[in-house]
Design a protein around this ligand. Structure first.
Ligand code: NAD
Length: 250
């Protein structure tokens, strides 16, 4: 697939969970399109690897756990000392174990919701005031088809992603009178490390529901995220953009 470059010159973007998978690919396309990129990820080793791979003077990385508001607030202040934040991609996420709700480890359930939902809230909470001040912002919240359909044996993940969709609709309306767009995207399965957290049967079940009959490519996902993050997106907000190969047609 040919990668189209967007125009992100003079834009600063924060990509959470950008040390690998979707986030890394988004960071790469942002950099190639002229943006300054800050990656926030909880995994220092993967951050080190991605820094080497991206190898750009326009890249900064911070070890941040998005589920911890104090950390998010601290690093937001660090970033805005130097530049405004134009783009926020809330992409950090984990699936947690594949287990029925009544057998789910309670602490793990809370952790999955904390990262997928509270992480999105924390980053929006800390960064939106800077966007309001500048009357410019593009926020993309990476949800999942699980948040629309509800996947069996993935209750915490489905709840976290459904919550992120609700948050998107609410915040998008709160900011609709400004040049700030807040949208969610709902990908189906793509071959990133996150699939290792699920059982093979669970992954096969997910794939069997996709009319396209294949996994989503990370580059295909990045294209949608880039358009939603671009200056050209002047009208769409508080919306959910599906990229599930025909699985969730609503
Ligand atoms: N790959 C898929 O099939 C798929 C499908 C639907 C939605 N998604 C969503 O896409 C997003 C990216 O997933 P991916 O497939 O690239 O997975 P991935 O595991 O390759 O990458 C996720 C990144 O998030 C980071 N992360 C995890 N917890 C964090 C925290 N508390 N703070 C900061 N960073 C944290 C990880 O270290 C990792 O680098 C996730 O939100 C995921 O739920 C993925």
């Amino acid at each position: 697939m040919k990668n189209i470059d967007f125009n992100f010159k003079n834009r600063t973007a924060i990509v959470t969970g950008g040390a690998q998978g979707f986030g890394l690919n988004i960071a790469k396309r942002f950099l190639n399109s002229g943006a300054k990129v800050i990656i926030w990820d909880v995994d220092p080793e993967m951050l080190d690897k991605s820094n080497k791979e991206l190898n750009s003077p326009n890249l900064i990385s911070h070890v941040v756990d998005v589920s911890k508001y104090k950390e998010v607030e601290h690093f937001t202040k660090e970033v805005i000392k130097k530049s405004n934040i134009d783009i926020l991609i809330n992409n950090a996420g984990i699936t947690g174990p594949t287990a029925s709700l009544w057998e789910y480890d309670i602490e793990m359930w809370k952790k999955v919701v904390d990262i997928n939902l509270m992480g999105t809230f924390n980053c929006c909470r800390a960064i939106v005031p800077n966007m309001i001040k500048n009357n410019y912002g593009r926020i993309v919240n990476v949800a999942s088809v699980a948040g629309k359909d509800g996947n069996a044996n993935a209750s915490a993940y489905s709840v976290g992603k459904a919550g992120a969709i609700g948050l998107t609709k609410s915040l998008g309306k709160e900011l609709a009178d400004k040049n700030i767009a807040v949208n969610a995207v709902t990908p189906a399965g793509a071959k990133t490390r996150i699939l290792d957290q699920m059982t093979k049967e669970h992954v096969q079940r997910m794939l069997s529901k996709v009319p396209r009959g294949r996994f989503l490519e990370v580059e295909e996902f990045t294209s949608l995220v880039c358009w939603l993050s671009s200056e050209e997106n002047t009208f769409s907000t508080a919306a959910v953009f599906d990229i599930s190969g025909g699985r969730s047609t609503y």
